[in-house]
Design a protein around this ligand. Structure first.
Ligand code: C2E
Ligand code: CA
Ligand code: CA
Ligand code: CA
Length: 273
């Protein structure tokens, strides 16, 4: 920040100041927002190809603040992971999802809600298991109505990995299924596929976006589908926006499809209607 003109320097620092400031305001307001239930959960349908039915809705957290505007989960979650509120946010989303699952169950007995989790939520001994068990009990939600999505974005150390796998296996025994989210984007896809008790993988939307424009991506996606299926996994594609993408994926043998082409994230009340 040295050799440039004074104006340039101050513009740059004003910009970064704004970013830092927004971050710190989000950080400060998060606990109150959570306490006042100002966070919302919306649900996006996932279409199962074999049955032609929506069997799963994915829960996605939303936060709209009058001063800050829309705070996307991509902005919110990393800050929550840093300030420690990720566990409370996770509990809130699971509770909302469990209540919704119980509501939907009456009319659609085969429906399931998929909840995104951060690996950080598994890093403290048996916290996730205790949290989940008590929420399911409180809401009267059967364990097999909830499935958890974990991303491979986060690295964890070897000793942590063992503890996480143990917790995941206990949850699996209790009926909870795991999805490996953002499949293909992390550095540890194969390792996670090998070591974690997952039953489904979700191919990340970056691959779907260039599926029809880049021949190599098409081959890659085809490969990911075949390889995952050969390992006995159920394969989902996310970010499907067009009929052409949808048809191409069906041809490749995809098990389930999610994206704006199937349905956008919706409020619970709009789904019930
Ligand atoms: P994700 O789990 O990969 O979720 C998919 C994201 O893509 C969502 O963004 C969704 O709204 C968006 N999306 C869905 N269909 C389409 C489509 O056809 N085209 C495009 N371009 N986008 C589509 P969202 O809701 O902003 O969430 C972003 C990320 O934040 C999620 O990525 C997930 O990793 C994380 N996240 C969301 N809710 C939670 C939560 O409750 N807990 C945790 N730990 N993470 C969450
Ligand atoms: Ca997800
Ligand atoms: Ca994803
Ligand atoms: Ca993502």
């Amino acid at each position: 920040i040295t050799e440039q003109g004074g104006g340039r320097i101050s513009t740059l620092s004003a910009e970064s100041h704004k970013v830092l400031n927004r971050r710190s305001v989000i950080d400060k307001k998060m606990l109150t927002a959570l306490d006042h239930k100002n966070l919302q959960v919306v649900y996006q349908p996932k279409l199962d190809v074999a049955s032609g039915k929506v069997l799963v809705y994915e829960a996605l957290v939303r936060w709209e603040d009058e001063e800050l505007g829309q705070i996307s989960p991509d902005e919110l979650i990393p800050i929550a992971e840093e300030n420690g509120l990720i566990n409370a946010i996770g509990a809130y989303v699971i509770e909302e999802a469990a209540k919704f699952a119980v509501t939907l169950m009456q009319e659609k007995p085969d429906i399931r809600i998929s909840v995104n989790t951060s690996v950080r939520e598994f890093s403290n001994s048996s916290e996730m298991k205790e949290k989940l068990t008590s929420i399911l009990k409180e809401t009267n939600c059967p364990a097999d109505k909830i499935q958890l999505e974990i991303t491979e974005k986060f690295a964890f150390q070897a000793e942590q990995e063992r503890a996480i796998i143990r917790q995941m296996k206990e949850l699996q025994d209790a009926g909870i299924r795991f999805i490996l989210d953002d499949f293909g984007t992390g550095y540890a896809s194969f390792r996670y596929m090998q070591n974690l008790p997952i039953s489904k993988v979700k191919i990340d939307k970056v691959f779907i976006q260039s599926l029809l424009t880049t021949p190599k991506t098409r081959q890659l996606v085809e490969g990911m589908i075949h390889f995952s299926k050969s390992m006995g996994l159920y394969v989902i594609a996310e970010g499907v926006e067009t009929e052409e993408q949808f048809n191409a994926l069906i041809e490749m043998g995809i098990d389930a499809v999610q994206g704006y082409y199937i349905g956008v994230p919706m409020k619970q009340s709009d789904i019930i209607k």
